[in-house]
Design a protein around this ligand. Structure first.
Ligand SMILES: [Zn+2]
Length: 173
């Protein structure tokens, strides 16, 4: 298995096939990707997803054989076991599946635990059961409820784009 990992500021590339490892095409180099996400372990299964984030595109892995999406990233489709898996862009709409509020945590740019800080799981419209986690922007805590409709909105956090969610008025639709 091919691995590319970032440990602190040390860059470790453990395979000569680096270009294949994270699909280095376009204007975001492998080194860019590692440097922009220094605290993440990037693998061949997740690199395209984070490359998409830098382009403000929310990608998840999808099976090219049967069409099933899955997350977290895996090299094998959980539905048909095909290895024909590739990152694809989701629609960016969904429904709040669960919500928690953080009253404390590590100091983080843009996070105010006194508000408190909301973390939601969004069930995406692309597929039943396909969920992603993020925060909510533009709504008071009391308005963030299970069943609310939400749409993707990009914010900046620590110098990189981060997917967040803005609630649509009117609740479930
Ligand atoms: Zn499949």
């Amino acid at each position: 298995m091919l691995w590319l990992v970032s440990r602190s500021s040390e860059l470790v590339v453990t395979d000569a096939g680096r270009r294949d490892l994270i699909g280095s095409t376009g204007d975001i180099t492998d080194d860019d990707l590692i440097l922009r996400f220094p605290n993440l372990q990037l693998t061949r299964d997740s690199a395209a997803i984070y490359r998409g984030r830098l382009r403000r595109r929310l990608l998840l892995n999808r099976c090219s054989s049967c069409g099933v999406w899955h997350d977290p990233p895996s090299p094998i489709c959980p539905a048909c076991w095909s290895r024909e898996v590739a990152a694809a862009e989701v629609q960016g709409t969904g429904t709040v599946f669960s919500v928690i509020f953080l009253y404390q945590g590590p100091p983080t740019e843009g996070v105010d635990y006194a508000v408190p800080y909301p973390v939601v799981v969004i069930e995406l419209d692309d597929q039943a059961g396909l969920r992603t986690t993020g925060t909510v922007v533009g709504s008071p805590s009391a308005a963030i409820r299970i069943g609310c409709r939400a749409s993707l909105e990009w914010i900046e956090r620590s110098g990189v784009p981060m997917p967040a969610w803005r609630l649509k008025t009117g609740g479930r639709s």
